[in-house]
Design a protein around this ligand. Structure first.
Ligand SMILES: [Zn+2]
Length: 325
């Protein structure tokens, strides 16, 4: 016997809902999880939260029936969802305008009732963090800060395989760390008082580039183009990318000083921005970190797009005390 157990995992985002059958090896083994039979449906978030919940439940029932038909034994259902999640009640506490009516949805109760299986739900960023912590770049580091730098900036603190969620489920919101570089730039949370996300996410790098762009510098379509131009040595692109990454590094140092993680794992499209970005990130981190923390490894995530599904399954396995059915 391999000791592997199979879970049905869901990753609920603003544009699509992905599902896969995840086989988790024991955390102590060196084996990797396997994600099989991945299927996605569109979220169609503009139809409202009730509609999304109903179609999620239908999707889950269909997936479970398929597993039964194929003789795949499913231990439980792990869900990672967009929005702020209360894992204990299984309810979405808040969601952005991209998912109207998603807040207030009783997701785990609905899925548990329809499938007859135990269910555990975490936030999608938390799922990603647990996946990287237990089976990705954070493997072997008991306390880890996971940071996703893409369209926005999210994060999760994983301590011995479990999330530190805080009093309101909000812990780990790296993007809303204060930084002077963000003053005057509008954050996705609405503030212009200076958060890091509007100057260090993918869209933030592009906005920072445009906000200071001299007349003789060509506009840039996105952060990937800015990274390419920086790699080619264009001075203004190097300057902006360095400024942005350095500021993010300083924020990570602040979070590091608070929680003292054994490693910081970075994922998302912006981690592909090249050596200019990584060097400035590390410099900013070292400048802001307390002496004992300066050697904390800043690592690139390893699981890529599989991280949320693996993490949702791993979160189910990590919380035998919090399950709904
Ligand atoms: Zn903010």
């Amino acid at each position: 016997m391999s000791g592997e157990r199979r879970y049905l995992a869901f990753d609920i985002g603003g544009t699509k809902i992905a599902s896969g059958v995840v086989s988790l090896p024991s955390v102590d083994s060196l084996a990797q999880p396997v994600v099989a039979d991945v299927e996605t449906i569109p979220t169609l978030a503009d139809r409202g939260g009730d509609d999304v919940r109903e179609r999620l439940v239908e999707f889950a029932v269909r997936r479970i029936e398929r597993c039964a038909h194929d003789g795949v034994d499913i231990v439980g259902v792990g869900i990672g969802s967009a929005g702020v999640v209360d894992s204990v009640s299984g309810v979405i506490l808040s969601a952005t305008d991209l998912m109207p009516g998603w807040a207030g949805q009783h997701i785990t109760a609905a899925v548990g009732e329809a499938t007859g299986l135990p269910v555990h739900m975490v936030g999608d960023v938390g799922a990603h963090g647990i996946g990287e912590a237990l089976y990705g770049a954070g493997r072997g580091y008991p306390t880890m800060l996971s940071v996703g730098v893409g369209t926005g900036i999210g994060g999760a603190v994983v301590d011995h395989g479990r999330l530190i969620t805080g009093a309101h489920g909000v812990a780990g919101h790296v993007g809303h760390m204060p930084h002077g570089l963000g003053v005057g730039m509008r954050c996705s949370c609405g503030t212009t008082s200076g958060h890091i996300e509007p100057v260090a996410s993918g869209t933030g790098i592009a906005d920072l580039f445009e906000s200071r762009r001299p007349d003789d510098v060509a506009p840039a379509a996105n952060a990937a183009e800015i990274a390419r131009r920086a790699a080619a040595g264009e001075r203004y692109a190097v300057e902006i990318l360095t400024m942005s990454a350095r500021a993010l590094g300083e924020c990570l140092a602040g979070m590091g000083n608070l929680i003292d993680p054994a490693a910081i794992v970075l994922s998302g499209s912006v981690v592909n921005a090249g050596e200019v970005w990584w060097r400035a990130l590390r410099e900013g981190f070292v400048d802001g970190a307390l002496p004992l923390l300066r050697s904390t490894p800043l690592l690139r995530g390893r699981l890529g797009g599989s991280a949320p599904l693996i993490g949702a399954a791993a979160a189910f396995a990590a919380y035998p005390d919090i399950r709904h059915s």
